[in-house]
Ligand binder design. Structure first.
Ligand code: RIB
Length: 315
């Protein structure tokens, strides 16, 4: 059965500048390479999921400009269904990204058309949420839109995965409807304050999500459920650019969960997708294929259980 995913989220054009290191305030840095690519956490996650074999519907907004046309065309080329990507009068969203030699990044977003994506866009896409197995959303759209998407998905009895990116304060009720919340360490800290990863995950889970995943780069992820917390291992790769790695992770996690895979196995598979995305430059250009993720996953599992014959994937 093909997993079916509705993504309610942002679409951007990314301008990516590679520099030796990230700039300091007030500093001018000369870059080594400039790239223009397709981005936006919503669109990246939609493409990630489609590339991994899911049927994907995108709900979002682009501007009435050339960039808007290019973004829609690009989604189509990647097999994403775009009938709920609407056009509005604002310029298309754009992101300005610095990437240093270690692959670390710094991102500023001009939301533009994203801001015109309102609760009516979600209501208009109810049929899509009805057809999908799972809603995948992030926080680059207006918060009422994201919160309404979570409600509608709940009304339709669907699974909900929220990527807390960028970290913004949700209303108390919204936390409760989430099946899996995904955040990186920085986003988790901005939401619940300082502490060790385990404490952050616990505090986030106390807000209401069924499960919380904190992504940790090459250290893998930390998974917290009602049964407790554990680290799900990562993969060491040669990092070129971390842009979009979280999106690759979320897209893969959504595909695995919509396919009915157990949560811990889904997180391990998504760790593989996130790692592969860091080995190439850019957001959508760097998203891995199904074959690549499966191959890396098989390698990881066989290394983990070498000589073992153990059941399950837990440490
Ligand atoms: O997660 C990476 C994405 O964040 C970029 O593609 C950029 O557009 C911003 O939305």
């Amino acid at each position: 059965m093909i997993p079916k995913i509705a993504v309610v989220g942002s679409l951007h054009v990314d301008l990516l500048l590679r520099t030796e290191r990230l700039p300091h305030p007030g500093e001018t840095l000369l870059g080594k390479e400039l790239r223009m690519g397709m981005g936006g956490k919503g669109a990246n996650q939609a493409v990630a999921a489609a590339r991994l074999g899911a049927k994907v519907w995108m709900v979002g907004r682009v501007g009435r400009d050339e960039y808007g046309k290019k973004m829609v065309e690009n989604l189509r080329r990647n097999g994403v269904e775009v009938s709920h990507v609407r056009v509005n009068g604002r310029p298309s969203g754009m992101a300005f990204i610095f990437v240093d030699r270690r692959g670390e990044n710094l991102i500023g977003v001009y939301p533009g058309a994203d801001e015109g994506c309102g609760v009516e866009d979600v209501e208009g896409a109810r049929s899509v949420l009805r057809k999908a197995d799972l809603l995948l959303t992030q926080l680059e759209l207006p918060l009422p839109t994201v919160e309404r998407a979570l409600e509608v998905a709940a009304e339709e009895g669907k699974k909900k995965v929220l990527n807390l990116a960028p970290s913004r304060p949700l209303s108390p009720g919204a936390w409760k409807g989430i099946d899996v919340l995904v955040a990186n360490e920085g986003e988790a800290r901005r939401a619940v304050g300082r502490g060790r990863v385990r404490d952050l995950a616990e505090r986030l889970r106390r807000k209401g999500p069924e499960a919380v995943v904190i992504t940790l780069g090459e250290r893998g992820s930390y998974l917290m459920t009602g049964e407790g917390g554990r680290r799900v291992e990562g993969v060491k790769v040669r990092v070129k650019d971390t842009t979009g790695a979280g999106d690759a992770f979320c897209g893969a996690l959504a595909v695995a969960l919509a396919s009915g895979r157990p949560l811990e196995e889904a997180v391990l598979w998504a760790n593989c997708a996130g790692a592969l995305a860091t080995t190439r430059v850019g957001a959508q250009e760097a998203l891995p294929s199904r074959e690549e993720v499966d191959r890396l996953f098989r390698r990881l599992v066989s290394e983990k259980f070498k000589g073992g014959g153990k059941e399950g994937l837990g440490p």
